[in-house]
Design a binder for this molecule. Structure first.
Ligand code: UD1
Ligand code: CA
Length: 471
């Protein structure tokens, strides 16, 4: 029978995220852990997962270069940066963190910063497993069909973990082992610190490997346990751009599964791209080739796509949006956008408005049930309710120095090919003649027309082409 006494005292927990590595295989000017997976830096995924076990301390090991500040910025507020002066290996990195944890005697969770698919649940399970039997170390492992690139978990005849053989240092037999080290460990700090001091750098890379601690501990008759997960995706370590693409694909599917479980139809998950922070309402349908990014929020009962790209925008219920690009905009309920519309920052389409084919709208308000159906550029403008903008209208908002506003009232009908030379105001219920260049205000209910009068020259065409008049 379990009793409260058997649970033991609650132990302190510190997390150390390793993020100082050079990331050479990425061939990038950006620190590896800052590369994005589905819209979030890798390190943010890792720190969010680690946050699930509510550590007392959260340390992140960083290289003392420009990236350090950038990485620290995307970490949670309570994260403490520890600088590893030289990138001498993962063992050295944890050693750096040790200096920031003097006299710490609890559990130390160490996570590689390049494992973005790790989850809070997986970390929680690992910690539970560790605390049940309190070995010197519990490491997360997985058996995989393709162990290449990872450290192999070597066990003795009795199945006890005795060593981790890094890919580059492994012999032929070890290379065949398919159980790999995920790079996520819980250590009893009291056992770890002295073992860490014994780590040497006599290996193929001349580095201090954290994984050597496993052999040091087990040689010293301390217990190292492997906690196996059955999901190889969970522990994917991103070392190259190829790995990054694999991580992105797995994370993308995870995000889409979450939305589908919540009542969103995703017609083809293989070609639908939704970033981590996007929200989508029930019964919305995502058609193929849809990209939803940043802080985008989509309401219920929308049909988005095919071929939509929406970034940092708010889309209300019942919107249809086909083959269009939307950024930094707000689109109210019942609006229709596209095909081939470009809706730019600062734009608001009020309820049931329409932005149709080959229409670009920037920093403008389009009123309720107003329509901009074809081939127009609307910039820095206000368009009233129920107004219909004719085909091919342009707001000439920029004189090469400053930008000016065009204000078009309610219930206005603008003729095809009207140019509004801003600043200009069109009153409620007014009209403009097709082909007009409107440079002055048009009063309410008036017709503004600004074009040359038509004149017909009789017989001109016949003469030009010397056509015979038929009798
Ligand atoms: C490491 C493990 C390997 C494991 C794999 C899982 C070691 C020696 N090997 O290999 O057994 O299967 O992860 O993904 O630990 N880092 C520092 N400072 C350094 C070096 C690295 O902070 O001096 C950081 C990196 O930024 C990275 C993490 O430690 O986030 C792991 O380093 P990496 O070089 O990617 O190790 P792997 O070769 O992938
Ligand atoms: Ca790695």
């Amino acid at each position: 029978m379990e009793s409260a006494e058997n649970e033991g005292p609650k132990r302190d927990l510190a997390v150390v995220i390793l993020a100082a590595g050079l990331g050479t295989r990425m061939r990038s000017r950006t620190a590896k852990v800052l590369h994005h997976v589905c819209g979030r830096p890798m390190i943010s995924w890792v720190s969010a997962a680690a946050g699930a076990v509510a550590p007392q301390r959260l340390l992140v090991v960083l290289a003392p270069d420009l990236a350090a500040a950038a990485v620290h910025q995307v970490m949670p507020q309570n994260a403490e940066a520890v600088l590893q002066e030289q990138q001498l290996g993962t063992g050295d990195a944890v050693g750096t963190a040790a200096a920031a944890l003097p006299e710490f005697e609890g559990d130390l969770l160490v996570i590689n910063g390049d494992t973005p698919l790790i989850t809070g649940d997986a970390i929680d399970d690992l910690l539970d497993a560790h605390r049940q039997s309190m070995p010197a170390c519990t490491m997360l492992t997985v058996r995989t069909g393709d162990p290449s690139g990872y450290g192999r978990v070597c066990r003795d005849a009795d199945g006890r973990v005795v060593r981790v053989a890094e890919e580059r240092d492994a012999n032929q037999a070890e290379k065949k082992i398919c159980e790999i080290n995920a790079g996520v460990y819980v250590f009893d700090a009291v056992a770890l610190w002295p073992a860490l001091e014994q780590v040497q750098s006599g290996n193929s890379q001349g580095e201090f490997y954290l994984t050597d601690v496993v052999e040091i501990l087990s040689a010293g008759r301390q217990v190292v346990m492997a906690h196996e997960t059955d999901d190889p995706d969970l522990v994917l370590g991103v070392n190259s751009r190829q790995d990054l693409a694999v991580a992105e694909k797995a994370m993308r599917r995870r995000i889409l599964d979450r939305h589908m479980a919540a009542g969103v139809t995703v017609r083809d998950p293989a070609c639908t791209y939704v970033e981590a922070d996007v929200t989508i309402g029930r019964d919305t349908v995502l058609e193929p080739m849809t990209v939803l990014a940043g802080s985008t929020q989509i309401g219920e009962d929308c049909v988005i796509g095919p071929a939509a790209r929406i970034v940092d925008s708010e889309i209300d219920d019942g919107v249809t949006l086909v083959a269009s690009n939307v950024a930094g905009a707000r689109i109210d309920a019942g609006c229709s956008v596209g095909p081939y519309a470009y809706i730019r920052p600062g734009t608001r389409l009020m309820q049931s408005a329409k932005a149709g084919a080959f229409v670009e709208i920037k920093n403008s308000v389009v009123g309720e049930a107003a329509k901009v159906p074809h081939l127009s550029y609307i910039g820095d403008a206000e368009i009233g309710s129920r107004t219909n903008v004719g085909a091919g209208n342009i707001t000439a908002n920029y004189d090469g120095v400053s930008k000016f506003r065009t204000v078009i009232g309610d219930d206005v009908h603008t003729g095809a090919d009207t140019v509004f030379v801003a600043p200009v105001t069109i009153g409620d219920g007014a009209m403009t003649g097709a082909g007009s260049v409107i440079t002055g205000d048009v009063p309410a209910d008036a017709l503004g027309i600004a074009r040359a009068n038509q004149k017909n020259i009789e017989g001109y065409a016949r003469k030009k082409f010397a056509r015979e008049e038929k009798d």
